[in-house]
Design a protein around this ligand. Sequence first.
Ligand code: DON
Length: 309
Amino acid sequence: MKKNTIDLQEKLQELLLAERNNYLQGKVADYIPALANVKPDLMGISVATIDGKIAGAGDYQQPFSIQSISKVFGLVMAMNRIGDPLWQRVRMEPSGQPFNSIIQLEWEKGIPRNPVINAGAILISDVLTSHFSASKLAFLTFVRKLAGNDNIHVDNQVYLSELKHGNLNAALAYLMKSFGNIEAEVPDVLSHYFTQCSIVMSCQQLATSLLFLANKGIDPRSQKRICSARDAHKVNAILSTSGMYDQSGEFAFSVGLPAKSGVGGGVIAVVPGYGVICTWSPPLNSFGNSTVGMNLMANITEELALSIY
Ligand code: DON
């Protein structure tokens, strides 16, 4: 198999080099100054495999704002905490709408299409806020354990600007509350949501901490079960159909892996039975997905023949 014979480190360097000028095609997220000020030409890629290999190139050890990639950790925590009743409050269908769209939510009576669009992630934040006495700390502890690093933290500057510019997210939360689908107080739910979005991690930390999704719910390093095999399957299914928002179809077409992006420019992709890839380059395309990140994912998947389809 190609993925077992190639020199991974060398391949990552080569793929990154080929992309070095393509960041100019995207635009760094500018809805908050803390993200707008990130250097656009930073880029990194890391691959972690379930048999213990870690490879990386470029700025793969530099922490960045994980933003919507945090929705993956939140979903796993909520599934672990309340089980199947979760699926009565949020669905598992692609939305076909931008990640922060509010239109569908009223038609569909406050039930978000899936847990990785903003409405769905705010719903998940409500589950966590309502079921943990200190949900932000529980979240950070969960991520720190998975990454094996107690220094992972929240960027307070990003958190405060998210809060200040969070009117649309607040509207989504209040709309769901009006339909009876939010239990806790909206400001508490939003505070949790913005906290998890403001966590900073590197490509290498993200790739290693999500390895359990490539290994039927078991962290291959500690052999600890993080979620059931069935739930790992469900998370990967949702990431396949919705993780790249209204570009998920194109991503399946060109890459063919469960994946999740964030407006900080990170993208993670799960290769079941093999490992996790994380790419980072801040400039985004019009769907809010990293331009170079998308290219890198497509190229590495082709080079190593990793597509699941
Ligand atoms: O809620 C927001 O708008 C941001 N904090 C996170 C959105 C995000 O990362 C969407 N992903 N591409």
